[in-house]
Design a protein around this ligand. Structure first.
Ligand code: NDP
Length: 489
């Protein structure tokens, strides 16, 4: 095979890619060696800012296939008929670790799916947990600060984590999941994904429903214990990449079944829990899972950076038939995610290959970094709106039905009848004895070195969920302390 000719980035052929241009055999190097300068300058620019959260990630391309008809709830075209297939790309991630962090650390996992639908991209930007630590985006920067490095020690700080959680009782539900077996899935293939927030569906009759999304792993749940993961990380910091990439290369395509929980719009006024509170689930008995389809991952992208690092998921990417809800945390994310991408990738980040919709894109946003696209509007005179030159125009048929809201504008102290503890307690009571034991020890280990005052404040929350929860954590702490005293003796 004839090899291609090496060129500069401007396409000019390169005669020698081994030696700098020098004045004499011993140097010096000439400033006019623009090929050398281009090479060094490009290397300096190979990194972009890593995500502040969810920096470490793994992903693949795949397909979604509809298996059940949900058109009575939504007009979204991707669900329009059984058998319909939509291409997609996913990104899984840990939340706190930096780009080089070990894959199998205890953390919540991001679970993001970009569906390239015929009416634009729908991004399901979820986690492997159905709830979150806080219910109001106002607290998000503080919460994340406690998960990151201490400004002086530059180390992660269990003191900060438990200080925050112990003063944020709504975190208990998510803390319980994080410290349970599901806190370290064996691979991204062995975990569920959840939209977590409440979203909305609307159908062709303009009826609105509230909806929650659940992706159930078909590989089964599998997890590492703290002890196992210490060993795994000692062997490889890139376990998830190896496993996910390897499975797809071997043709073992992982699948997830997509289910929805659907709540009629008016029910939101009568549930004892606030259905828009992301620290709560909707119990399956109240709103059973409705099967929708299957997601299969079947292709490793040719270039990790281009398709996984540059993929920009945002809950603001919805399509007709899928909308938002009054969930306060969701609304903060609708702003924050798209804003993060504009900062991290550049103004026209949606024009990057991972993000380009497969449907037609017609907008009047103009110039800026990465303006790759042509005028595209058939007529160069149509560069503003409204215009008389046949430019793209709005389509009122895709308008969402109006959403009623009432109430005074203020900063509310909010909670509901269910409170912060009940659902965490429900989960705790689902665990068998071994699962409970591991939960107690995981918490006791995570609390090592934390001030007694903070620990005692947190134990009040465990006790509120279930007295046996607090008793178990106390006993595990005692056992760990005795063990370490024995080691010292
Ligand atoms: P169900 O008995 O119907 O469902 C229990 C759920 O718990 C299942 O979805 C199961 O997931 C999930 N689960 C099992 N182990 C863990 C774990 N370590 N971490 C997180 N989830 C786990 O109960 P309810 O719907 O009445 O809910 C009871 C509690 O279950 C809730 O308070 C909540 O903590 C938890 N839960 C509820 C979900 C919901 O949407 N209703 C979703 C996930 C958790 P799987 O079937 O995949 O094994």
């Amino acid at each position: 095979m004839t090899r291609k000719r090496l060129t500069t980035s401007a396409g000019a052929p390169i005669s020698n890619n081994q030696k700098s241009l020098t004045a004499g055999k011993k140097g010096p190097v000439l400033l006019q060696d623009y090929q050398l300068i281009e090479k060094l300058a490009h290397q300096n620019r190979e990194r972009i800012p890593e995500r502040v959260v969810h920096a470490k990630g793994w992903g693949a391309k795949g397909t979604f296939t509809v298996t059940h008809d949900i058109t009575k709830y939504t007009r979204a075209k991707l669900f329009s008929e059984v058998g319909k297939q939509t291409p997609l790309i996913t990104r899984f991630s840990t939340v706190a670790g930096e780009l080089g962090a070990a894959d199998t650390e205890r953390d919540v996992r991001g679970f993001s799916v970009k569906f390239y639908t015929e009416e634009g991209n729908w991004d399901m930007v979820g986690n492997n947990t159905p709830v979150f630590f806080i219910r109001d985006g106002y607290k998000f920067p503080d919460f994340i600060r406690t998960q990151k490095r201490h400004p002086k020690t530059n180390l992660r700080s269990p003191e900060a984590m438990w200080d925050f959680w112990s003063q944020t009782p709504e975190a208990l539900h998510q803390v319980t999941i994080l410290m349970s077996d599901r806190g370290i899935p064996k691979t991204p293939m062995h975990m569920n994904g959840y939209g977590s927030h409440t979203f909305s569906f609307w159908n062709n009759d303009n009826e609105r429903f509230w909806v929650k999304f659940h992706f159930k792993t078909q590989q089964g749940h599998a997890f590492y214990t703290n002890e196992e993961t210490a060993h795994v990380i000692g062997q490889s910091r890139e376990k998830y990449q190896e496993e996910l990439y390897g499975a797809i290369e071997d043709g073992n395509f992982p699948t997830w079944k997509l289910y929805v929980q659907v709540m009629p719009e008016k029910d939101a006024e009568k549930t004892p829990y606030n259905p828009f509170d992301v620290t709560k689930v909707w119990p399956h008995n109240d709103y059973p899972l409705i099967e929708v389809g299957v997601m299969e991952l079947n292709e490793n992208p040719e270039n990790y950076f281009q398709y996984i690092e540059n993929a920009a998921y945002s809950p603001s990417n919805v399509v007709p038939g899928i909308g938002f809800s009054p969930d306060k945390m969701l609304q903060a994310r609708i702003f924050s995610y798209a804003d993060a991408h504009r900062y991290r990738l550049g103004t026209h980040y949606e024009a990057l290959p991972a993000n380009t919709p497969k449907s037609e894109v017609n907008h009047y946003h103009k110039d800026g970094s990465m303006r790759f696209f042509e005028n595209g509007n058939s007529n160069p005179d149509a560069y503003y709106e409204p215009n008389s030159f046949n430019g793209p125009e709005e389509d009122p048929s895709v308008a969402e039905p109006p959403m009623e809201v009432d109430g005074d504008i203020r900063r509310y102290e909010d909670n509901d009848e269910v409170g912060n503890y009940q659902q965490a307690g429900d989960l705790f009571r689902l665990f068998n004895e071994d699962q409970k034991k591991r939960l107690f020890f995981n918490i006791a280990e995570a609390m090592q070195g934390v001030s007694e005052e903070i620990v005692e404040r947190q134990l009040v929350h465990f006790d509120g969920a279930d007295p046996a929860y607090a008793v178990g954590v106390r006993a595990a702490r005692k056992a760990l302390n005795e063990d370490s005293e024995e080691v010292v003796a």
